[in-house]
Design a protein around this ligand. Structure first.
Ligand code: FCB
Length: 457
């Protein structure tokens, strides 16, 4: 798809950015006072992460951040979504503040400003200080209060120079994938723990919003969700009912409290005895109005009824489209707009950003020194054209961040799964812009356009 033609379908003030996360790129895991996170512990245990890859070096971004910011600038991108590592700022979760940790992000944010790049920070992208596991990690109410203090500490120092802040990245992953499915740290499989982690994450979000507003009242604060794009596997009544349960359990458990001040009735009915005590005022704290939200989308979820398994009693249905990316995720851009339609018709949502979208292709550097990842170019073209459809349909979409700036530590998959617009050689740390990176540049460099309107199609 021609990126210049695609550009014409977005308003002139639309934000094009790239995204990363601290644990996936920084490395320097023991430097300048950082202490371990749950992901350090998890990745150092056998059998958890592919070939026991860990975050000790990653993309060495902690030392190469200037070069990386230059790269973003050279790619013509106007915004950078990154996350802050709690274990650098308050290494034990509670207790002493580590000034050196704050200094790193201070320099990073100044570096973005100096290059004219907008700073979109995420406070929590899964690197919980390991010491907090001593109190139960996210299953403990005290972690929500520790998060509030961490948020206040960060925003006091950086809030004047950020363009937007998100409390959490993808609570579904840090709660359900981590506490029920056992795939991410801390690797539990327990419904009671999951429901506790859900409520205390929601509470931490609300307490975090309060802390941001207290320190930087003008800073737009939001939250990022990988809302499940639920599609019933068939038209059967059983699959449709399973899809409704999936919607309640995977999306409603987070969107309900934040945007309606309540948990979905279906979840309460099925699971109330396992839920934590909801204290007076919790739902009010959680449901304070926020300025924006972010959607991360990669693939749809085909939901098939499975009465053999406990609530929400469903399994993955067969893929409809034959195309998949190298991580095995079905490619279907109709799920991208489908989830947006469902969410805006169910909740009263503010404006939003696509905070992650992208594809895994493990294309190597060719003999000519080029990374010819045409499949990734096709994925972006297809999904960005659907993002333009969202705007055409009237959804308040303000920007789009590609996942990811560069190849990085892909959680349980280690370094073998590559999502970057830029290739990273982990032996030499050499960065090479892929074909998709150049394609994205041709699109992004068209903005800001200054006309602030969508050209007629
Ligand atoms: C999302 C995560 C991000 C990255 C992509 C591929 O779930 O937020 O860190 O791993 O998936």
């Amino acid at each position: 798809m021609d990126p210049k033609l695609l550009a014409q379908r977005f308003p002139g003030d639309f934000v094009f950015g790239v995204a990363t996360a601290s644990f996936q790129i920084e490395g320097a895991s023991k430097e300048d006072g950082r202490k371990p996170s749950i992901w350090d512990a998890f990745s150092n245990m056998p059998g958890r992460v592919y070939e026991r890859h860990n975050g000790d070096v990653a993309c060495d971004h902690y030392h190469r951040w200037e070069e990386d910011l230059d790269l973003i600038k050279d790619m013509g991108v106007q915004a950078y979504r990154f996350s802050i590592a709690w274990p650098r700022i308050i290494p034990e979760g509670t207790g002493p503040i580590n000034e050196k940790g704050l200094d790193f992000y201070d320099k990073l944010v100044d570096g973005l400003q100096a290059r004219g790049i907008k700073a979109f920070a995420t406070l929590y992208h899964w690197d919980l200080p390991l010491a907090l596991m001593g109190d139960g990690g996210w299953t403990a109410r005290s972690t929500a209060h520790a998060f509030q203090r961490y948020t206040q500490t960060v925003i006091k120092r950086l809030g004047d120079r950020l363009d937007a802040v998100a409390t959490f990245n993808e609570p579904w992953c840090s709660v359900i994938l981590s506490h029920l499915l056992g795939i991410h740290a801390p690797g539990e499989r327990n419904m009671q723990a999951t429901l506790h982690a859900a409520h205390y994450t929601n509470l931490a979000h609300g307490l975090g919003v309060e802390a941001v507003r207290a320190e930087a009242p003008k800073l737009p604060v939001g939250i990022v969700y990988n809302a499940m794009s639920v599609v019933p596997a068939s038209e059967s009544a059983a699959d449709i009912a399973a899809a409704k349960r999936a919607e309640d359990f995977h999306n409603g458990i987070f969107f309900g409290p934040v945007f309606k001040g309540e948990y979905p009735a279906g979840v309460i009915e099925a699971l109330e005895p396992l839920m934590p005590k909801i204290e007076d005022g919790d739902m009010k704290t959680i449901s304070q109005k926020i300025d924006w939200w972010g959607l991360n989308y990669y693939t749809p979820a085909r939901i098939e009824d499975d009465p053999e398994t406990p609530y929400p009693s469903h399994k993955q249905g067969a893929f409809v489209k034959p195309e998949k990316t190298d991580i095995g995720w079905e490619i279907d851009s109709s799920g991208f707009i489908g989830v947006v339609r469902t969410l805006y018709s169910t909740y009263d949502l503010p404006e939003f950003y696509i905070t992650e979208n992208g594809a895994c292709y493990n294309t190597d550097i060719g003999p000519d020194g080029e990374v010819d990842d045409q499949e990734r170019v096709d994925y972006y073209g297809d999904h960005l054209s659907v993002a333009a459809d969202m705007i055409k349909e009237g959804f308040p979409l303000r920007g789009y961040f590609a996942w990811s700036l560069m190849d990085n530590f892909e959680w349980a998959e280690g370094y073998r799964m590559r999502f970057g617009l830029v290739h990273v050689d982990y032996e030499t740390q050499k960065r090479t812009i892929k074909k998709s990176g150049r394609w994205y540049t041709s699109l992004a460099e068209e903005f800001p356009k200054g006309n602030h309107s969508v050209a007629a199609e």
